[in-house]
Design a protein around this ligand. Structure first.
Ligand code: GLP
Length: 244
């Protein structure tokens, strides 16, 4: 769906998340959310915080799995996705910290593979992701699945694309400070979610959105794999949709 502006789109996505949480709560069930970082979902999280504070939306029965984290990365670093999630969402809601899962950027190299398998196992143990929200990088990455990622890839250590590091350079005070690697859920992990919402706003995403939605399905643009899933919705503002 296309909305006139990012705010209207974000409110609609937040409402869907809230409706999902409430309908599962009514049945005594846990909601398992896959969460994303970056500028794109910030207004969605702000609206969920508002719903918590003003409307009593509770996250007590919510479990979250974040898509990715830079590697190496200390959780308390300003650029970590742990810090991002705390500042934008977790510090302001009633979620149980034990229900929050974000890939660990502090592991030793030789621990990563087992950790990634366990991340998949933890998602499965909760019955899988009910809803995964996604942004999109200008390389066409979802999570940090850069060009070349296989459609059946799982959670793993990846090397970041040069353009991705350039786009992150402001946050790190220079591209040379951006980590070269990250731990990310795979395309296969994302695909197992029962529902996927990819959000994109602004003109600078128009070109990659055109490729993702209308382009040939290829590992050159990992987001094109989403064309293969019936459970995906692209939520765009008019600018991001302007080349469709
Ligand atoms: C990072 C994140 C992605 C995100 C992308 C786009 O690379 N790992 O999950 O989708 O940035 O970021 P933004 O929303 O700031 O444009």
């Amino acid at each position: 769906s296309v909305y006139p502006d990012p705010m209207k789109a974000s409110l609609a996505v937040a409402q869907r998340i809230a409706d999902l949480i409430k309908s599962k709560q009514a049945k005594g069930e846990t909601t398992v959310l896959g969460l994303a970082t970056g500028a794109t979902p910030v207004r969605v999280y702000a609206e969920l915080v508002r719903m918590h504070k003003e409307e009593g939306l509770s996250f007590k029965n919510v479990v979250t799995f974040n898509l990715d984290e830079y590697y190496p990365m200390q959780p308390d670093a300003v650029q970590s996705y742990v810090t991002f999630m705390k500042e934008n969402l977790f510090n302001h809601i009633d979620i149980d910290p034990a229900n929050v899962n974000i890939p660990d950027g502090t592991l030793d190299k030789d621990e990563i593979q087992a950790y990634c398998l366990d991340y998949e196992r933890r998602i499965s143990a909760y019955g899988g992701l009910d809803l995964q929200i996604l942004g999109i990088g200008r390389t066409g990455h979802i999570g940090f699945n850069e060009p070349g990622s296989a459609p059946n890839s799982g959670t793993r250590l990846v090397t970041l694309d040069d353009l991705t590091r350039r786009d992150a350079s402001f946050d790190f005070g220079g591209k040379e400070n951006v980590p070269t690697k990250a731990i990310t859920m795979g395309i296969g992990t994302i695909f197992k979610a029962r529902e996927i919402i990819l959000m994109a706003w602004n003109q600078k995403k128009a070109e990659i959105i055109k490729k993702a939605v209308e382009g040939e399905i290829s590992s050159d643009v990992p987001a094109t794999y989403l064309q293969l899933s019936a459970n995906v919705e692209f939520v765009l503002d008019a600018d991001a949709a302007s080349e469709l």
